[in-house]
Design a protein around this ligand. Structure first.
Ligand SMILES: NC(=O)c1ccc[n+]([C@@H]2O[C@H](COP(=O)([O-])OP(=O)(O)OC[C@H]3O[C@@H](n4cnc5c(N)ncnc54)[C@H](OP(=O)(O)O)[C@@H]3O)[C@@H](O)[C@H]2O)c1
Length: 284
C-alpha cells in the first residue's frame, strides 16, 4: 500500500492522479485532514482516512498497512512544523512502512537564508535517524509564474528584488515524477533534487517574455526595503513579507542555482520549460 498525505493539496493531489495511472486503486491510500475533500478519490477505490500531523493516533490509523508513505511537508509558518513532521515520521515507522518519502526543498543546506530550509533540514535529520529507508524529494521552486514575476503583462516589466539562477519547475511534473518513484522499483536513498534542467534569472525571463509577446519586457531591480514595504502596503503580514524576502537572498547567494537531470530521466521527456509556462499564461 502506498499512503499519500496532503492529497487534498496541489502536489499530493496530482501525485495521486498520476499514481492511479500506474497502480491499482486498492493499492493507494490517502491520509487527509478533511475526508470530505477526498470523496472523489474514495469514489475511485482509493482508501481515504482522516489524519493530521497534530494527531499521532489518527496518523497511525491512516498509515496502517503502508509499505511506503509520502509525507507532504506542512505549510503553516505559525506551527511547530518539525514537531508535526516528527509525529508523521514516527507514525509511519510504527505502521511498518518500508520507506518514507518526504517533500523537501531544493537547495536545503545549512546556511541557506530561505526560512523553510531549516525545517526541511531538520526533518531530513529525523528521517535519517528513523531507522527506515527514506527519500527526500528536494523539489525546486514551482509557484505559479504570475506570482513569481508579478503583473509584467500589464506593466511591461519584471520588477522584483535582485535574484539569482533558479530552475523554476512545473508542480505537475514534480508530482508525476513522485508517482513514478513511488510506483517504480528503483530506490532513491537520501536527498534527490527534482528540478527543471535549466536555471534561469529574471533577466532571462524578460528576454523570453519579450520573444513570446513581441514587446520589450524590462527587468527592473527593486530595492530590498522598498519591496518589503510594497508587500506590507499590499496587505501581507510582516512575517510573510520578511520570509519571502529570504527567498531572494537565497537565490542571489546561489543556493538554488544547481539543476539536476533526474526529473527529465524520470519523466522520460523534457519537463515543461519556463517558456512553455509563460506562453500558457499569456493573456488572450
Ligand atoms: N517547492 C516549492 O516551490 C513549494 C511551494 C509551495 C509549498 N511548498 C511546500 O510543499 C508542500 C506541498 O506543496 P503544495 O503545492 O501541494 O501545497 P498545498 O496545495 O498548500 O498543499 C499542502 C498540503 O499539506 C496538507 N497539510 C498542511 N498541514 C497539515 C497538517 N498539519 N496535517 C496534515 N496535512 C497537512 C494540506 O492539507 P489540507 O488540504 O487539509 O489543507 C495540503 O493538502 C507545502 O505544504 C510546502 O511545505 C513547496
Amino acid at each position: 500500500m502506498i499512503v499519500v498525505t496532503g492529497a487534498t493539496g496541489g502536489l499530493g493531489g496530482t501525485t495521486v492522479e498520476h499514481l492511479l495511472k500506474r497502480v491499482p486503486a486498492d493499492q493507494i491510500a490517502v491520509s487527509v485532514r478533511d475526508t470530505a475533500k477526498a470523496r472523489h478519490l474514495a469514489d475511485r477505490g482509493v482508501r481515504v482516512r482522516q489524519g493530521s500531523y497534530e494527531d499521532p493516533a489518527a496518523l497511525r490509523d491512516s498509515f496502517a498497512g503502508a509499505d511506503q508513505v509520502l509525507l507532504v511537508s506542512g505549510n503553516d509558518p505559525a506551527a511547530d512544523i518539525v514537531g508535526l513532521h516528527r509525529n508523521a515520521i514516527e507514525a509511519a515507522v510504527a505502521a511498518g512502512a518500508r520507506r518514507i518519502l518526504y517533500t523537501s526543498q531544493h537547495g536545503a543546506a545549512p546556511g541557506n537564508p530561505y526560512g523553510p530550509s531549516d525545517f526541511h533540514i531538520a526533518t531530513e535529520a529525523i528521517l535519517a535517524d528513523s531507522g527506515v529507508a527514506w527519500t527526500a524529494l528536494r523539489n525546486a521552486a514551482y509557484g505559479p509564474l504570475g506570482q513569481v514575476l508579478g503583473p509584467w503583462q500589464q506593466t511591461g516589466e519584471i520588477a522584483q528584488p535582485q535574484d539569482g539562477p533558479v530552475p523554476y519547475t512545473d508542480r505537475a511534473d514534480i508530482a508525476e515524477a513522485t508517482a513514478i518513484i513511488l510506483a517504480g522499483t528503483r530506490s532513491y536513498d537520501g536527498p534527490v533534487d527534482l528540478t527543471a534542467p535549466t536555471a534561469v534569472t529574471f533577466d532571462d525571463f524578460a528576454e523570453i517574455a519579450s520573444d513570446l509577446t513581441g514587446r520589450t519586457i524590462k527587468r527592473t531591480v527593486v530595492d530590498d526595503d522598498q519591496w518589503v514595504a510594497a508587500q506590507l502596503a499590499n496587505g501581507w503580514p510582516e512575517q510573510l513579507a520578511r520570509l519571502m524576502f529570504t527567498w531572494y537572498q537565497a537565490a542571489r547567494a546561489g543556493y538554488f542555482a544547481e539543476a539536476s537531470p533526474l526529473l527529465t530521466e524520470l519523466l522520460g521527456r523534457a519537463p515543461r520549460t519556463v517558456a512553455d509556462r509563460l506562453a500558457a499564461d499569456l493573456d488572450t
